[in-house]
Design a protein. Sequence first.
Length: 149
Amino acid sequence: MAKFVYRMQNILDIKSKLENQASIAYGQANAKLQEENEKLRQLFLRKSGYEAQAKELVNGKIDVSEIQTCRRAIESMKTLIRRQMLEVQVAEKNAEAARKRLTELMQDRKTHEKLRENALEEFMREQNYEDNKVVDELVSYTYGKKEKE
């Protein structure tokens, strides 16, 4: 019996490798997004800590220099939070781009796999036809040989 050889197998292999690379890139982009979100969360926690400290400073013995220092710290936290929000947005865009790339590559690979399946089915049909042809020839030869005897 003949062996099935898909003539575009190397392309299918390349598509699979590209999909694996895109999957890794997507995982890294998601990890970066989570890391940036965690940094943002930590900044919000620090800011709320400074705000709580500022409230205590206002309620207790009033020390103007400490209150001003605390307010400057809050303002710097707001600036850092704004910057971090931009970093989160960039990470989100990168993750979304990586996801789209992965989706495109998955569709492309699946298309090639479907083409391979269709080629295999066609090969099997041809192989069955050839097998049936050989069987018919054997039966005809055997029948014809018996008729002559």
